[in-house]
Write a protein that binds this ligand. Structure first.
Ligand code: NAD
Length: 485
């Protein structure tokens, strides 16, 4: 852990073994912090914010340091990518793409650090000046999940530092490796002591302390909806600012006039990328009834050919699930789908190949004959499971697409751009893709409507999350009011 500029072990001496999900080998032993260590990290961040110079460091200098972090990530991207693949099982190719994206996120927020020009308001009061300035929020807790360990951390760390905050980061306890490595790079880049702190450990201890502490001004969390609700409650202790990136059950709408090959290709990528462990996975396919049979047939054909394996093998297209526990959850959902009457048309079980037996693999799975009221359609499985429903009109597609508690992302495939735009305007989601699925980048905001979250990461709104807005009013010719003479 990295607390107040020092590399330290947990005071309790506890440790946790970090497992490679491909073969269950122990790849590292991490120190396991608890509430005590967390309090110390919060204290360091508080002191660095209240007493030290980070907030007063010119924004351009903060930007320089954040840019250095981007450069160092690019320098070490091969090593970082290997660590991410070891820790998550995702393919090395995916991890390398993640590292480029991550460097891009630091670069983007480095560039934004000194671009705030404030605002002058047209004051209605004569002889006065009214202006708006943005200031850092203060001490920020940042809690991240296991599916994109470093990417999710980057979305939080880069804007928080660029805006002049101090931070305490808690990665998922099962995937801490790349976050630890990036803290080494942050030290090398010259982030001052106490400004960025790293605590490793469980949600119930470290995470809970980060959410409850009265010394923390903001909590930014990415993870599951139930954890998000707990954090919201804990954050109410001292009315912390709250940024939540929760789950999704994202619809992918395919009209009969879509480019067929493109839509099949993208539908597979939408749901099976990273074994479906993606918050924006296109896990709900809504396909126009007239092309349903042909579309599903093409999907099944290609799904059977998806090559599962070791993320380090070039042939591998999809790695394992993250843990035995998580695979158990996916299996439970497959049972639920069958009980509910959905038709299992491919997958639905663990693969039989000898070389995959030690990993947490699960075959890419498709259910047809699904209806909106099924749990398999409503709830986030977070695995390689696609449900297929049909529609006969654009209105029906929109109605079904919006019919979940989530609102993270969705897509529309059609060659009729007017229709696609009309449908996208009616989707209650933070991101809508037209004739594509999954693109996200540092320049565009990311976040959810409805129960998919509160606030936005990335883009200019991603920086705004880490700022307070101050209105400064100055009377140029003050005179007594005389009301209480
Ligand atoms: P999770 O909610 O179990 O854990 C996320 C983090 O919260 C971990 O670091 C965990 O230790 C911590 N945590 C657990 N209990 C806590 C508590 N009581 N107080 C404070 N912290 C606590 O989620 P996960 O299983 O790691 O990740 C999968 C979930 O993340 C999925 O639901 C997925 O949709 C979501 N996710 C969302 C986005 C997004 O951008 N919207 C991105 C990635 C993942």
């Amino acid at each position: 852990m990295y607390i107040d500029g020092q590399w330290v072990n947990a005071k309790s001496g506890q440790t946790r073994e970090i497992i490679n999900p491909f073969n269950q080998e122990i790849i590292a032993t991490a120190t396991e912090g608890d509430r005590e260590d967390t309090k110390q990290a919060i204290e360091a961040a508080r002191k660095a914010f209240d007493e030290e110079s980070w907030t007063k460091t010119p924004a351009s200098e903060r930007g320089d340091i954040v840019q250095k972090i981007a450069n160092l990530i690019r320098r070490d991207k091969e090593e970082l990518a290997k660590l991410e693949t070891l820790d998550t099982g995702k393919t090395l190719e995916e991890s390398l793409v993640d590292m480029e994206d991550i460097a891009g996120v630091f670069q983007y927020f480095a560039g934004l650090a000194d671009k705030d020009e404030g605002e002058v308001i047209a004051s209605p009061i004569p002889n006065s000046e009214s202006r708006v300035v943005r200031e850092p929020v203060g001490v920020c807790s940042q809690i991240t999940p296991w599916n994109y360990p470093l990417l999710q951390a980057a979305w939080k760390i880069a804007p928080a530092l660029a805006a002049g905050n101090t931070i305490i980061v808690k990665p998922s306890e099962i995937t801490p490796l790349t976050t630890v490595k990036v803290f080494e790079l942050m030290e090398e880049a010259g982030v001052p002591k106490g400004v960025a702190n790293l605590v490793l450990g469980a949600g119930a201890t470290v995470g809970a302390e980060l959410s409850e502490s009265n010394q923390v001004d903001l909590i930014s969390f990415t993870g599951g909806i139930e954890t998000g609700k707990k954090i919201m409650q804990a954050a109410s202790n001292n009315v912390k600012k709250l940024a939540l990136e929760l789950g999704g059950k994202n619809p992918n709408i395919v009209f009969a006039d879509a480019d067929f090959e493109l839509a099949v290709d993208q539908a597979l990528n939408a749901v099976f990328f990273h074994a479906g462990q993606v918050c924006s996975a296109g896990a709900r396919l809504l396909v126009e009834e007239s092309i349903h049979d042909q579309f599903v047939e093409a999907l099944i054909e290609r799904t059977k050919n998806i090559r599962l394996g070791n993320g380090f093998d070039q042939d591998t297209q999809s790695g394992p699930l993250i843990s035995a526990e998580h695979r158990g959850k996916v299996e439970k959902y497959v049972e639920i789908g069958i009980e509910e009457g959905a038709k299992l048309v491919v997958g639905g079980k663990r693969p039989e190949q000898e070389e995959l037996q030690n990993g947490f693999f699960f075959e890419p799975t498709i259910f047809t004959n699904c209806t909106s009221d099924m749990r398999i359609v409503q709830e986030e499985v977070f695995g390689p499971v696609l449900t297929v429903e049909t529609f006969t009109s654009a209105n029906e597609a929109v109605e079904k697409a919006n019919d979940t508690i989530y609102g993270l992302a969705g897509a529309v495939f059609s060659t009729d751009i007017g229709k696609a735009e009309e449908v996208s305007a009616q989707l209650r989601m933070g991101t809508v893709w037209i004739n594509d699925f999954h693109p996200y980048f540092a320049q565009a905001p990311w976040g959810g409507y409805k129960q998919s979250g509160i606030g936005r990461e990335l883009g200019k709104p991603g920086l705004d999350e880490y700022t307070e807005v101050k209105h400064v009013f100055r009377n140029k010719q003050p005179e007594p009011l005389g009301w209480f003479k």
